[in-house]
Ligand binder design. Structure first.
Ligand code: FAD
Length: 396
């Protein structure tokens, strides 16, 4: 079983409540038996373990942030540790849970009317439906705020209520080829503002095609989506979203979780590398006895420890209601940079075996690249921090 504290050098987890520590231990037990042992196989086959969906729901991994659906009262810090533990077992699993419970459900919690929250959040928390979040487009990733090209046009519907017609395309959408509900962000042709739409699939004009040959987070099924005259009733437009500023609120909340996820990638690689250095013999001794090897382990654990501190604080700020865009941007940028350094050190410590799935590090090494890039690249998150420092936005 993965030890609670082997990578938590300063014992930060003791700050969780007893209830939270017990809940985290159950999640960890589940990951040890049902996710970690099979993760490499799903990764190799580029397939999401969809049969686990009801188990994720049972464990409260969906919608634990929202009063409508949480299983017990818990903090952002607790949910951060949960995201870290899932990612430590399997970054792909953390990602497809993150897309559903983080990005899509948070869009509804932040942007939905009371009626929309009541209609969707319980079903998504129970795992009855799978959700996706469609923001990125083939020609717009970092510049979606200004560049989004998918259009939404309002017109009178057949039953007297208005409806919207969506046209455009999306890229990289996690769960997008099999989700029951896809949150689509599109630009209103009338006022040029970005609005959010709950697209129920299947629906005419919506096609999601799995992206093949991806070499990072292979067990997340990402999709290219085309929207060709997709009709959405006004009642399925997120009623409290009035522009990209509101999308940024969703991203601010979920970006802190991605920092925890990046931390989990680093810890997963560290666990494997530490075990490897203790069993691998060279020059008649375990490689863990060599000074240069110990230095790499110390660097990896220092990166992890500094990252835990930053993740803890950004989630505490979220709990206190004082977290701003640049706080979560700094956490995501810093922790994902330390993650990238750490997985490289850990890969190096495993020698040739470090590039082969069976030795426990290769999957984290590859997965780190997508985590470094999504929910704002390292560069874009750094520029959000730069804007806070200087008062000048370098990216508009
Ligand atoms: P670009 O924006 O084209 O960036 C390319 C490079 O240019 C980067 O290094 C970037 O930092 C740099 N750059 C761009 N602009 C600037 C600037 N002004 N200054 C300095 N550098 C700059 N999106 C979704 O909507 N939903 C999902 O579920 C989803 N899941 C994903 C899963 C995976 C595995 C991946 C890889 C991506 C996913 N994404 C998703 C998309 C992801 O958010 C984008 O890939 C990311 O925002 C970067 O956009 P891009 O790939 O178009 O890169």
């Amino acid at each position: 079983a993965a030890d609670l504290l082997n990578a938590d050098f300063y014992g930060f987890q003791h700050q969780l409540t007893d209830t939270e520590q017990r809940a985290l231990a159950s999640v960890r037990d589940f990951l040890d038996t049902e996710v970690r042992p099979f993760a490499d196989d799903y990764w190799e086959r580029a397939e999401s373990p969809k049969h686990l969906w009801p188990r994720f729901a049972e464990l409260g991994l969906f919608g634990n942030a929202f009063p409508e659906t949480q299983q017990f009262e818990n903090s952002n810090v607790y949910r951060g540790w949960v995201a870290m533990e899932i990612s430590r077992a399997d970054p792909s699993t953390a990602t497809f849970i993150g897309v559903h419970s983080g990005l899509a459900m948070t869009s509804i919690a932040v942007g939905g009317s009371e009626a929309q929250k009541v209609e969707w959040l319980p079903k998504l928390a129970a795992g009855e439906l799978v959700a996706a979040f469609g923001l990125t487009e083939p020609d717009h990733g970092s510049d979606t705020a200004k560049g989004l090209e998918t259009t939404a046009e309002r017109r009178p519907g057949p039953d007297g209520a208005d409806e919207w017609v969506l046209n455009g395309s999306k890229r990289w959408i996690g769960n997008g080829a099999f989700a029951d509900l896809v949150v689509i962000w599109a630009r209103d042709v009338a006022d040029d503002q970005v609005k959010g739409f709950l697209v129920r699939t299947p629906t005419p004009g919506f096609v999601g095609t799995k992206i093949e040959r991806k070499q990072s987070l292979r067990a997340v099924e990402n999709a290219d989506i085309t929207l060709d005259g997709v009709v959405v009733p006004e009642s399925d437009r997120l009623q409290k979203i009035n522009g990209f500023r509101d999308v940024a609120v969703v991203l601010r909340l979920t970006r802190a979780d991605v920092a925890w996820q990046a931390l989990g990638v680093a810890v997963g690689a560290y666990d494997a590398a530490l075990a490897y250095t203790q069993s691998r013999m060279q020059f008649g001794n375990p490689i863990a006895s060599f000074q240069l090897v110990q230095q790499k382990l110390a660097n990896a654990l220092s990166n992890i420890t500094a990252s835990i501190a930053l993740c803890m604080r950004v989630s505490q700020m979220q709990d206190e209601g004082i977290q701003l865009d640049h706080h979560s941007a700094m956490a995501k940028a810093f922790v994902s940079a330390r993650m990238r350094e750490t997985v490289a050190l850990c890969r190096e410590l495993c020698g040739g075996n470090g590039v082969q799935l069976d030795h426990g590090v290769a999957r984290y090494f590859a997965d780190a690249e997508a985590v470094f890039t999504f929910e704002g690249t390292f560069d874009m998150n750094s520029l959000i921090v730069g804007r806070a420092i200087t008062g000048i936005a370098a990216f508009v």
